[in-house]
Design a protein around this ligand. Structure first.
Ligand code: HC0
Ligand code: SF4
Length: 573
């Protein structure tokens, strides 16, 4: 421990703390801009300056380590002026169309300008020409909003280990973009959107699709079905000021009904369906000597990563479509037949915590008889915007239930949105099938939590199955490399493209760097899902009565010919 003084308050902190952290411990929030815990700790923007007695000049507190007896001041005239002129300089060449900006009132630069009491910008700097790259289906990059903080560059480079974005050009013309100024769409970007949720401003954002959804809702000829991913309910409340980790399932459903969707179904139903298909695929591969390890294929960011960077593992990917695509396919076949609706008149909207799902939904491989499974994908943030546009008072909504049939789900499906959830759900079903009984011990806690790589051995039906759970593409690369050289061997691996799984997907509500300093949002949001698991009547996918009915009435059995046609896919080498 080290003792130092911050603004005349004595504080003891661990030896390797920074001044920024020590200040937090005494309740002083030093302003920051480029700083993002564990992602970007480079002291570049010089907003977090402090004075250290005996040191020359002001120091960047986010990188400066504490020392015994140090005397620090965080709020002097000199500091206030330095911070102010730094931010004024950034603002002078920033595109300041705040009122019409997608991050209005949710922008870290805007908050900082307010906190530093900046009331005018004394000079106009040279502005980067507005170059908007909106070519991809998932992500929009707008250089005129970029403040060159480097947060996106480093999340892509160090957390995802992909390195799509970097500083290009020099001086005034410095820009953050893919190499050679290419479009994101023409680079091997996996659309995970981790750069978006790291961006303090609106330089990176999702490709919005809200208007197309409103048009479908308003068209009396179109039957609009909406579905919600497991992780959305764990975070949507944040858009309305609720604490991180508040489960808002009932209010979310009520809001969707108010927005005018004809049916509100749940991706969770299809998560149960995925377990049936994927679980049986695994059993088949193990019995018949198919390609192992089998790797989950529900995270489209991970699937793109595999296709671009590890194509030799394509045969390992489960042939199952991701749950929301499965649900779309079932809506446009089974449900359409039952309701006697022309599938061409059905418009399926998926609300997802993910930006990569937007591009996934356009993949031609996923079409069935020329029809897309899913017609539009909106992020959790976009759903928040629609609810606000419709002037619905979210907090006053009474909880509502999903529509019957394709809205029914088990606790196994609920946990899909957290890393380890798909694995745990699969084990609950596979174990019952192999043991031939309704096992009571169903909480596989060793696959839960935020450790980068989780491994376990489970004995099922007398055989030992080796499994791994991996999240974030950097970790995925590490595991795949070990498998390649024969250092590791598994039967089944769950891989999610984002660290933490879907709960921290690129489409989830923005959380400021300041809040991320204090709490691990992966853990908080996951808690909401594990809570949902425990309150469900059924907690194993194969016990979902509606899943049983779907197989009895329509699909026959898992991996049947019909199931293959609707629910399985292939990948691009
Ligand atoms: Fe996920 Fe999914 S769990 S990928 O993380 O498998 O996005 O939440 O919707 O489709 O169900 C995301 C979350 C989903 C799908 C499901 C899977
Ligand atoms: Fe990198 Fe993911 Fe952003 Fe693409 S979407 S630039 S892969 S962080």
């Amino acid at each position: 421990k080290v003792t130092l003084t911050i603004d005349n308050i004595e504080v003891q902190v661990p030896k390797n703390s920074t001044i920024l952290e020590a200040a937090k411990a005494v309740g002083v929030n030093i302003p920051t801009l480029c700083f993002l815990k564990d992602v970007n700790e480079i002291g570049a923007c010089r907003v977090c300056l402090v004075e250290i007695e005996g040191a020359r000049g002001l120091q960047a507190s986010c990188v400066h380590p504490v020392a015994e007896g140090m005397v620090v001041k965080t709020n002097t005239k000199k500091i206030r002026e330095a911070r102010k002129s730094t931010v004024e300089l950034i603002l002078s060449n920033h595109n300041r169309e705040c009122l019409t900006c997608s991050r209005n009132r949710n922008c870290e630069l805007q908050s900082l300008a307010e906190e530093l009491n900046i009331s005018e910008i004394p000079f106009e700097g040279e502005k980067i020409e507005t170059t908007v790259d909106a070519k991809s289906d998932s992500i929009v990059r707008d250089a005129s909003k970029c403040i060159l903080c480097g947060r996106c560059v480093n999340v892509c480079k160090n957390v995802q280990k992909i390195s799509i974005l970097d500083f290009t050009n020099r001086g005034y013309h410095t820009e953050v973009s893919p190499a050679f100024g290419k479009s994101m769409a023409d680079s091997p970007c996996i659309y995970c959107g981790q750069c978006i949720v790291s961006c303090p401003v609106a330089a990176l954002r999702e490709k919005e699709d809200i208007e197309r959804v409103w048009d479908a809702i308003e068209d009396p000829e179109v039957h609009v079905v909406v579905q919600t991913a497991p992780a959305v309910r764990a975070a949507l409340g944040e858009e309305f000021g609720l604490p991180i980790g508040t489960r808002v399932t009932g209010k979310m459903v009520a809001a969707l009904k108010r927005l005018g969707f004809d049916r509100v179904f749940d991706t969770n139903f299809a998560a149960d369906l995925t377990i049936m298909e994927e679980g049986h695929e695994l059993l088949h591969r193990i019995k018949e000597g198919g390609t192992l390890p089998m790797i989950t294929s529900c995270s489209p960011g991970w699937v793109r990563f595999c296709e671009f960077y590890y194509p030799e593992f394509i045969p390992n990917l489960s042939s199952c479509k991701s749950p929301h695509q499965m649900l779309g396919a079932i809506v446009k076949s089974y449900y359409a037949e039952k309701q006697n609706i022309d599938p061409k008149k059905i418009f399926v909207v998926s609300i997802m915590p993910c930006t990569s799902k937007k591009s996934e939904a356009t993949r031609p491989e996923l079409q069935v008889e020329g029809l897309r499974d899913v017609d539009a994908v909106l992020t959790t943030r976009e759903l928040g915007k629609m609810i606000k546009q419709a002037r619905i008072e979210f907090m006053k909504l009474e909880d509502a239930e999903f529509d019957p049939a394709l809205g029914e789900y088990t606790g196994a499906a609920a946990i899909f949105g957290a890393t380890g959830g798909v694995m745990e759900a699969a084990l609950r079903t596979v174990a019952d099938v192999l043991e031939g009984e309704d096992l009571q011990n169903i909480e596989y806690t060793n696959v839960r939590g935020v450790e980068g790589i989780k491994e376990a051995e489970v004995t099922l039906g007398g055989n030992t199955i080796k499994i791994a759970v991996v999240h974030g593409t950097a970790m995925a690369a590490q595991v795949l490399d070990m498998i390649k050289v024969g250092e590791k061997e598994y039967h089944f691996i769950e891989i999610m493209g984002c660290s933490g799984g879907c709960v921290t997907g690129g489409g989830q509500p923005h959380v400021s760097a300041r809040v991320k300093m204090d709490c691990d949002i992966r853990v908080e949001r996951a808690k909401a899902l594990y809570e949902e698991d425990t309150v469900r009547e059924y907690r194993k996918s194969h016990q979902n009565p509606m899943i049983k009915k779907l197989y009895d009435e329509y699909l026959e059995k898992p991996n049947s010919h019909k199931a293959h046609k609707l629910l399985h896919t292939h990948y691009r080498a």
